[in-house]
Design a protein around this ligand. Structure first.
Ligand SMILES: Nc1nc2c(ncn2[C@@H]2O[C@H](COP(=O)(O)OP(=O)(O)OP(=O)(O)O)[C@@H](O)[C@H]2O)c(=O)[nH]1
Ligand SMILES: [Mg+2]
Length: 116
């Protein structure tokens, strides 16, 4: 079978505008995550005062990301449609940058935190 064309998608937007949630939803709708996992995240998020973050938690799996409700480290997951193979990317959050900074300083350029 021929390989599908591969498309990278980068989700860009302001803090809390729903980038992680959109990717989590796409992964559910394309069968790359099960509804049971979302239900588990929903219950856990509610118990920790982070209700509504269940879809974001699919991508945001670091402890600090879940506590703060922000994406901190770059993350990739695959999903497919009939015609394409997608690799969504959530870039590191600007929330990690020093106040007033518009670009990532050299010392934080490698997005520390997530292994593999
Ligand atoms: N009402 C509503 N809430 C949404 C929608 N999309 C996301 N949210 C909520 O917005 C909050 C932040 O969502 P995230 O997906 O973490 O936003 P983000 O853009 O990834 O945020 P950062 O990683 O901090 O940049 C969560 O409480 C979501 O449930 C939407 O379409 N409608
Ligand atoms: Mg995010």
């Amino acid at each position: 079978m021929a390989q599908k064309p591969h498309l990278n998608i980068v989700f860009i937007g302001h803090v809390d505008h729903g980038k992680s949630t959109t990717v989590g939803r796409l992964l559910l709708d394309t069968g790359y995550i099960r509804q049971e996992e979302i239900d588990k995240f929903r219950a856990e998020a509610e118990s920790k005062g982070k209700a509504t973050f269940e879809f974001a938690w699919v991508m945001d799996d670091l402890k600090e990301e879940r506590e703060r409700g922000v994406t901190i480290d770059i993350a990739h997951r695959r999903f497919d449609t009939q015609k394409y193979y997608f690799r969504p990317t959530l870039p590191c959050s600007s929330a990690r940058l020093p106040k007033g900074s518009r670009s990532r300083p050299a010392s934080t350029s490698s997005c520390p935190g997530r292994s593999a």
